[in-house]
Design a binder for this molecule. Sequence first.
Ligand code: UD1
Length: 441
Amino acid sequence: MTGDTSPPNHQRTITIPIMSSTRAGAANSIRVNGGNPLSGRVRAHGAKNAVLKHMVAMLLAPGRYRLDNVPGILDVDIMGEVLDHVGASCTRRGPVIEVDVPERLNPEAPLELVRRMRASILILGALLVRVGTARVALPGGDDFGSRPIGMHLDGLEQMGAEFELRHGVLEASAPNGLRGTEVFLEFPSVGATENILLAAVLAKGRTVIGNAAREPELADLASLLNAMGAKVDGAGTSTIEVIGVPHLSPADHTVVADRLEAGTYALAAAATGGMITVEGCDPSFLRMELRKMEAAGCTVERSEDWFSVAGPDRPEPQDIATLPFPGFHTDMHPQMVAFLARATGTSLVTENVYAARFRYIGELNRMGADIHADGQHVVIRGVDRLSGCEVDGCDIRAAAALTVAGLTADGETIVRDAEHIDRGYDGFVETLRSLGADVDR
Ligand code: UD1
């Protein structure tokens, strides 16, 4: 459900309530002139996939919150609009946002917001347990397939929620309140785990989420919830136990590092045969991704909260399967394929998380790559060189992957629809430029 691919709404004027910058006017293409090996240091921003959930968690108790290490990305702005719609107000100062949550909330997320960002659906569990009702427009499909939310609803239903779908809007209620129970997920869905967790912290009694997602961002959410007075144990493992409490209170929190941003810059540097040090990010968040980079010929150095990667002339081919954490992250798949496009042999990437995450392949092939998808498998026959051209950014990670390819290609690459980048990367072009890339917007 939530994630990288809800299409930004091009027709609507985007109001940005909490940002100091106005990205709505930013140019929509990234121009890259390939060939420069990247080198230098970057510091990871806070994680998109954590901060969006933290903002929802704040709806669980009235009062004033302060979140630090918040990335300057469009998805945070959109979540700010969701909170605004619900009745909370967000103020941003640099990497800090302050959120004021009132006693009374308007428990609703309209279609225009859910369409722009599927993570909006995460307010369901929090509003149900806090207000007793919620009206959330149902997100449709997207480029990654149908992205259902059945596991979210099943879990909340087992806790006492009732749902009715009317005119595309999910009307949720909990006539007898929510109570803890054992929920076993069919698949360790990140969003379903979070929606159930957000409801469980204020539900009556004990909830156990089995086959839970183990993502570091989820553990970070649990640490905010515990600072608010919740009793959550086991977040980051596949069994999460929650003892419901009657009230929570506001807390301040610093958002965990964005491992996807960190991993993208690492692959960008590796693809150019350069060397990068990424600070502020625990390399164990990228264990599988760094291991695959090493197997491909990169030299990787790891410390507690930084790592460095030096790329080979051309990578060795790899077989990779995307899986929930701690497996290889699906959101690193397109960037990895862009890296392997110039491998010395044939690689196979199997996509196990999304049914259809392949639109970027045609764009890479326009640059001279030799890649084809067969079912969930992507076969990448390495080529000597890529050649720059105009390509379509499709979604956040596709736009990042095409930029990575552009950095290694001959001549100029124009990545169109680059506003996708703004949804998930703070200062993308500026960061690449600071590493020596010839790139602008
Ligand atoms: C989150 C991330 C996204 C990442 C994904 C997987 C955010 C904002 N987004 O998305 O960037 O790619 O995790 O790591 O954190 N599914 C069902 N039924 C459900 C729920 C999910 O079939 O009820 C399926 C989805 O269609 C998808 C798979 O499970 O194929 C994984 O989805 P999920 O882990 O829920 O991802 P999101 O939380 O949407």
